[in-house]
Write a protein that binds this ligand. Structure first.
Ligand code: ATR
Length: 309
């Protein structure tokens, strides 16, 4: 029907439709609604996934609003992930570990006295709480392993970027039993701080600030360089040749092929973009909300369509 070509639902919205949403600022380019609605429809759930532009000062009231309206759950993106740690009622271990919440599940008290996800309750609960999780970190390593066909154990890794995404990637990758981690960031002091944090949390990993002198197995881009098509490469070409890099993972997914990935392909490296990370964090969130296995292929196809549109 006209204007509804991307609508994956056969069942129209009615009074029993339940909602999930992503909150961000900015949020209008988020691919999550396309991905999650495809997954939700495939699971046959009468849910919809929305996107809301929420200012950081309004985050608490926006989460309370979703709780009051008995939303199933929320995803949080920039700049809300760290703020939410102090807002949710309960912080799950994954969110505590990474110091950030990207997924909230709303839970109600069952007649047995246990807190259960809202879809599992037959009657409207008297009390509802927000439960914060983090599905980003696991998604990073799953995407590297599945999309690049690479096990991280024993590998030498160069990570570019020491912002929020870089920190999570560095800590998570360091915990996979890698041999050596090189950290490079425009602001040198942030790379030094991150190296010190890794050394204290994962003492078994050799961490160095600066470029490797020899070949590395994986270059991971966690900087924002590449988001614009005119961006330069995110590393110093006098200090590193892509011919010395076996595989490149760029956490950016839009554009699908960044300047870095183009150059890496030309140099013969194995490559993957950040689509897998977005997919796996979203699939894990849908599983947390629904208690069902996420339909990965359907969600991937919806993401690819959205990103290439
Ligand atoms: P995110 O949450 O996506 O990680 P962020 O915390 O703002 O966002 O981090 C952005 C990363 O991209 C940082 O590593 C940043 O380097 P600085 O720590 O020096 O700011 C990096 N970055 C952003 N613009 C850059 C540029 N023009 N050149 C090099 N690095 C850049």
């Amino acid at each position: 029907m006209f204007g509804r070509v991307s609508e994956p639902f056969h069942q129209p919205i009615d009074a029993s439709t339940r909602y999930c949403a992503v909150y961000g600022h900015p949020v209008r380019h988020s691919a999550s609604p396309a991905m999650q609605n495809a997954g939700i429809a495939q699971l046959g759930l009468n849910w919809r996934y929305l996107a809301f532009e929420v200012l950081p000062d309004d985050l608490r009231v926006a989460i309370d609003g979703a709780k009051a309206m008995r939303f199933i759950g929320l995803n949080l993106t920039v700049p809300h992930k760290i703020l939410a740690l102090d807002i949710v009622d309960v912080v799950e271990q994954s969110a505590r570990n990474w110091g950030a919440v990207n997924t909230i599940r709303f839970e109600g008290i069952a007649p047995s006295g246990e807190w259960r996800p809202l879809p599992e309750l037959d009657a409207p609960p008297k009390a509802v709480r927000s439960h914060g999780f983090n599905t980003d970190a696991d998604a990073i390593t799953r995407a590297i392993e599945e999309d690049l066909g690479m096990a991280l154990t024993g590998k030498k890794v160069l990570l570019l970027g020491a912002g929020g995404a870089g920190r999570t990637a560095a800590l998570k990758v360091a915990q996979q039993g890698i041999a050596e981690l090189f950290l490079v960031n425009r602001t040198f002091s942030k790379a030094e701080e991150l190296a010190a944090e890794i050394a204290s949390i994962v003492p078994g990993v050799r961490v160095q600030v600066g470029y490797p002198r020899a070949k590395v197995d994986l270059l991971l881009n966690a900087t924002s360089l590449g988001l614009k098509t005119e961006d330069q490469l995110p590393f110093d070409q006098n200090a590193l040749s892509l011919r010395n890099v076996f595989a490149v993972y760029d956490m950016i997914y839009r554009p699908a092929e960044t300047t870095l990935l183009k150059a890496a392909k030309a140099a013969g490296s194995r490559t993957a973009n950040g689509l897998g990370m977005l997919l796996y964090q979203g699939a894990a969130a849908l599983e947390i909300w629904s208690g069902k296995s996420a339909p990965i292929q359907t969600m991937r196809a919806a993401l690819e369509k959205n990103i290439h549109a």
